[in-house]
Design a protein around this ligand. Structure first.
Ligand code: HEM
Length: 745
């Protein structure tokens, strides 16, 4: 670290003891101020899709291809080919994705930042990234790092004989570490350090029983790993137990058994592992390395420190007879040979076919051959009966294996890209979308125009059973299912009328059905009266919310035009992947006062997390919560936080009354401090009830500062306008077809 002892001891640049040191439970709002324009050197006007359109994509792939076999003296390529290395780069970028919260993944180029740049499992990938710098430099903003990281491995795969099967660019770089990702509660990186590994397993150390206790949303068995420990659970070389870990972690990434085998067997058809020397020669990771290392880490002090002296995982395995050519040698080796436990030169647990001929080439010495080897996590594929079955099928049918690996690889790399309108480039596969891409059929009809929206709005407001409160909660339930992490959910598709969303408690299924029935009657009347022009239920759900907000503003004496952009279409149940869509179900949604904190997390933390996934700023979150209360929009119709005598009018009463000194608040007994009673300070008369999501707006110093703006005498109109603008933003979060949604980071 050179002169740095600790951030806390420095007197400059934000050093010293900070708020968190004194009040470790203070609610952090950092996820609401990520990726601001202050951090973006390109400037907010530079739209990646426009830059990418200027790129010579074919030339870029040629440059990657040329670099792949252009071995550099400072980090020589195994077998004269960086292909395997780059596939690992792509996989480790994409492989942090987890389906539960949609976070991680290749979408933002996060491997440039800590902790990922310095994770033990990403060891030496700093060199893989640096090898690509001349290419990144040549094309500048026309190709993002995020795209380049995955394109490098993808192109390498094709160059090594794997049939081309589609690639889309479109990943927009961010410029800082994602503050929203929970990587685990450990303070130690390695499982051998006391207490570190069992934290995510709720204290369990039983490697056969612990998989099911892996803390959600985590998808790796250790802090600092992409998935599982290659040597076996907690370093114990037990292939059967390793299979349990593999199944758990790959399932968290929404990969089934077949996709899991395809990916591991496909990936390990290439390249090698590195454990030629002892780990004691290795210097600190990039984030801890001296300033002179310039973001390179893990300096190896043994002899040359690279090539045949390389240390990465500490294992020394080459799986295939042709590590730079697509073939079925990996599965042949795994299934037809007997492997015995041995140790690598660095001392790691690995497996070797002791009775085999030395058939595997050396990466640097011609005419030197090694016996076939495997890692514990590879042997798992033949020790687990289900994985073994799949492995045998793939071994017998190489074409099938090739097809399945291609499909799983495509899914791995594109899983978190969101709507297909975000996909860029000439190599996007043709044909129907896969289920994991949440298909929404293209609308084959004319969209409604401004006159139609005006008449439809009044029709909706005059329909029996529909009112301001239930129209607002329905539109919210549909649109706020969006999450920026993997860009899934949102109002498009009209999935709020489908399983599983229509049954989520947060959507109040009984009330939702009333609203959907009302909207469907409006829809069928309109569609019957028009032929070329039609309206989707997805559009009507949002339009209903828009009409309600405008009507509520009018009732408060404010003339408000809320932006509405038609263009959504309805999808079908068959095109909805229930098995992963279920992850979008909110744990708690403080905007509609649904749910409470779980485990170690408070209700207000989940509120802020959701606001982060909706890309809201602190003021936007605040104005939305206060506005939703004014609109009487609690999911269950309760009166918690409805701090107004005129619910259903878009007034700033919530803020005025929250900040009123004449109300005192106490927790309601037996509610675990989740619900509160507000009484008149002088008389003690009960006035209101509220939740943590309500009271936090007056209790947290920064949120209170914002609430004061909206609770001021001059703020009625500003409040309504800000609410409408934040509302429309949420309604359009998934509208990547709109100009203003081309880029969201
Ligand atoms: C290399 C573990 C899945 C592709 C490695 C290495 C380890 C490892 C320890 C050696 C790193 C080094 O020492 O250089 C695992 C585990 C997996 C897994 C535990 C899951 C259970 C995958 C998948 C892919 C993949 C899904 C791609 C689809 C590769 C490639 C290499 C590699 C190409 C060779 C890198 C090189 O040649 O430098 N893997 N891996 N792995 N892995 Fe995996």
């Amino acid at each position: 670290f050179g002169r740095c002892l600790s951030k806390r001891l420095s007197k400059f640049a934000g050093g010293g003891s900070r708020s968190w040191d004194w009040w470790p439970c203070e609610l952090s709002l950092n996820v609401l101020r990520q990726n601001g324009k202050e951090s973006n050197p390109l400037g907010a006007d530079v739209i990646y899709a426009n830059e990418f359109a200027k790129l010579d994509f074919e030339q870029l792939k040629k440059d990657i291809t040329e670099m792949q076999t252009n071995s550099q003296d400072w980090w020589p390529a195994d077998f004269g080919n960086y292909g395997g290395f780059w596939i690992r780069l792509s996989w480790h970028n994409a492989g942090t994705y987890r389906a539960v919260d949609g976070r991680g993944g290749a979408g933002e180029g996060q491997q440039r930042f800590a902790p990922l740049n310095s994770w033990p499992d990403n060891q030496n990938l700093d060199k893989a990234r640096r090898l690509l710098w001349p290419i990144k430099q040549k094309y500048g903003s026309k190709i993002s790092w995020a795209d380049l990281f995955v394109l490098a491995g993808h192109t390498a795969l094709n160059n090594m004989g794997f049939p081309p099967h589609g690639f889309a660019a479109g990943r927009v770089d961010t410029w800082q570490a994602d503050e929203g990702i929970f990587w685990g509660a450990e303070t130690a990186m390695f499982p051998t350090e006391p207490g570190s590994n069992s934290v995510r397993y709720n204290g369990s150390t039983d490697i056969y029983a612990r998989a099911d206790t892996l803390e959600a949303p985590l998808a790796d068995t250790n802090m600092g790993l992409i998935y599982v420990d290659p040597e076996g659970p907690s370093g114990i070389p037990d292939p059967k137990a390793s299979a349990l870990d593999i199944r758990k972690t790959f399932t968290r990434m929404a990969m089934n058994d077949e996709e899991t085998v395809a990916l591991i067997a496909g990936g390990h058809a290439f390249g090698k592992t590195h454990g030629a020397v002892a780990g004691k020669y290795i210097g600190p990771e990039p984030n801890a390395a001296p300033i002179t290392e310039q973001q390179l880490g893990w300096k190896n002090h043994y002899k040359s420190g690279y090539a045949d002296n390389t240390y990465t995982s500490g294992l020394e395995v080459i799986w295939s007879e042709t590590p730079t050519k697509w073939a079925n040698h990996y599965l042949h080796s795994l299934l037809t040979r007997n492997f015995s436990h041995t140790n690598s030169p660095a001392g790691g647990h690995q497996w070797e076919c002791l009775g085999c001929n030395a058939s595997i080439p050396d990466p640097f010495k011609p005419n030197v051959w090694h016996r076939p080897r495997m890692m514990t996590s590879d042997i798992a594929l033949k020790e687990d009966p289900i994985y073994r079955n799949i492995s045998e099928t793939f071994y017998k049918d190489f074409n099938l294996f090739t097809e399945k690996f291609g499909l799983a690889w495509y899914k791995l790399l594109h899983r978190d890209m969101g709507p297909i309108t975000r996909y860029l480039g000439p190599d996007i596969p043709k044909g129907p979308l896969k289920l994991w891409q949440d298909p929404v059929p293209e609308a084959k009809y004319q969209m409604i125009d401004a006159n139609d929206t005006t008449s439809l709005k009044s029709e909706i407001l005059n329909t029996q059973g529909l009112n301001i409160s239930n129209l607002v909660t329905t539109a919210w339930g549909a649109a706020a299912s969006f999450r920026i992490s993997d860009k899934r959910g949102g109002a498009n598709g009209g999935r709020i009328q489908l399983e599983p969303q229509k049954r989520w408690a947060s959507n109040n299924p009984a009330r939702l059905q009333i609203v959907l029935n009302g909207l469907k009657s409006v829809q069928s009347k309109f569609n019957k009266a028009n032929s070329a022009k039609q309206v989707s239920l997805a559009d009507l759900v949002v339009l209903g919310g828009t009409a309600a907000v405008e009507a509520a503003a009018k009732a408060a004496g404010i003339n408000l035009a809320v932006r509405f952009t038609p263009g959504r279409n309805d999808t079908t149940q068959a095109l909805t992947d229930i098995s992963t869509f279920k992850y979008l179900k909110p744990i708690a949604d403080g905007f509609v006062n649904y749910g409470v904190g779980i485990g170690r997390s408070t209700t207000e933390e989940i509120l802020v997390d959701k606001a982060g996934l909706l890309t809201l700023s602190t003021p936007e979150m605040t104005v939305l919560v206060g506005g939703m209360r004014a609109l009487n929009a609690n999911y269950d119709g309760s009166s918690h936080g409805i701090l107004t005598s005129r619910p259903g009018q878009l007034t700033n009463d919530f803020f005025v009354n929250l900040l009123n000194i004449s109300t005192t608040w106490q927790p309601i007994a037996n509610t675990n401090q989740e619900f509160f009673q507000g009484n008149d300070r002088a008389s003690g008369q009960p006035l209101y009830t509220a939740t943590r999501s309500d009271l936090i707006l007056g209790s947290h110093p920064e949120l209170r500062a914002v609430s004061e703006v909206y609770g001021s005498a001059d703020a009625s109109e500003k409040f309504a306008k800000d609410f409408a603008s934040a509302w429309s933003k949420v309604m359009e979060l998934d509208r990547y077809d709109l100009k203003n949604r081309l880029q969201d980071e």
